[in-house]
Ligand binder design. Structure first.
Ligand code: NAP
Length: 299
């Protein structure tokens, strides 16, 4: 697999496609907003006018768009990837790096199977930092042989790569991951709030707690941003809210109570209502400022 497509060049997709270029793949790209492809094209990627055109040039197309209907549009739409694949390309694979519904993924996979196209769900974790560094965790669902053929690609974009099971298992694993991200984010915001109200040196508190049993990715990566007042995304509040809807729907299907997740989801909903939807998830700390009636004293 030397020729690879990439559809969806947002914060994650652009960084991941750049790592494919760096690893020596011929990368064909499309994004709804064309200007976001400029840097990649300058770096050697080839622009195509639609997802269908991308599919005409390659054996595997990576997708990285926002939500379930967006994945459906770029795959099955009139100029979508499926329309560009002639159907006789043995082994044509779509790798979906977006975070979407496990149930919809299984349905898309069944539809594509009928057209001779394999779908791997391959959502990622590790944030924009991991996407740029090529150190993402990639959790994959779908046929094992397609997973193994795509390993060189995954190796260029990630560090921890796991085949989790049949179609949808990658997305289901990602849903579990998002429960952990949301719960750890609430914990990080609460620890920072108490540290501020106690008048602690926030950097010292972070240095101690990130090294101990209370440490988490959220605390290590978002704690310093909360301390400095940097609310730029990373991973937007609107996107984690989208993910938590997916988790809640899956829990609903199993009649599974997830009270911790629901608390985190309500707090994150409040963050969006307060105008932080396009900020990074660390902006959840602003909700705690309001709840606690304090402001971080920043230089
Ligand atoms: P982003 O920067 O907002 O990028 C979203 C991309 O999706 C853009 O390229 C956008 O095109 C495209 N898009 C959305 N709807 C579309 C549609 N209907 N048709 C065609 N293109 C469409 O978001 P991101 O942070 O890269 O996230 C992408 C995916 O990765 C999401 O599923 C997210 O949950 C997941 N994810 C993100 C992170 C993170 O830390 N950011 C971490 C893990 C997983 P335009 O440029 O035209 O808007």
């Amino acid at each position: 697999m030397k020729n690879v497509g990439y559809v969806g060049l947002g914060i994650m997709g652009s960084a991941m496609a750049k790592n494919l270029l760096k690893a020596g793949f011929n990368v064909h790209v499309w994004n709804r907003t064309k200007s976001k492809a400029d840097d990649l094209v300058k770096a050697g990627a080839k622009w195509c006018d639609s997802p269908a055109k991308v599919a005409e040039h390659v054996e595997v197309v990576c997708v990285n768009v926002t939500d379930t209907p967006d994945v459906e549009a770029v795959i099955f739409g009139p100029h979508g990837i499926a329309a560009g694949n002639p159907g006789d390309t043995a082994g044509f694979v779509i790798v979906d790096h977006s975070t979407i519904s496990p149930a919809a993924t299984r349905e898309f996979s069944a539809r594509l199977d009928k057209e001779g196209i394999t779908l791997l769900d391959a959502p990622v974790s590790g944030g924009d930092v991991g996407a740029r560094a090529g150190t993402l965790s990639i959790m994959v669902g779908g046929p094992l042989d397609a997973f193994e053929r795509c390993m060189p690609l995954f190796g260029a974009m990630g560090k921890s790569i796991a085949h989790c099971g049949p179609s949808g298992a990658g997305q289901a694993t990602k849903a579990c991951n998002q429960i952990l991200c949301a719960a750890n984010l609430v914990g990080a915001c609460e620890a920072m709030a108490l540290a501020e109200r106690e008048g602690l040196d926030l950097q010292k508190m972070l240095a101690v707690t990130t090294a101990g049993a209370g440490g988490s990715w959220a605390l290590s990566n978002l704690g310093p941003q909360i301390a400095s007042g940097d609310m730029s995304p990373g991973f937007m509040i609107d996107l984690i809210n989208k993910d938590l809807k997916i988790v809640r729907r899956a829990a609903e299907e199993h009649q599974l109570p997830l009270p911790g997740l629901n608390l985190a989801a309500e707090l994150l909903r409040a963050a969006a209502r307060l105008g932080h939807g396009r900020d990074g998830t660390q902006a959840l700390s602003c909700v705690f400022e309001q709840l606690g009636d304090f402001n971080y004293k920043r230089a």
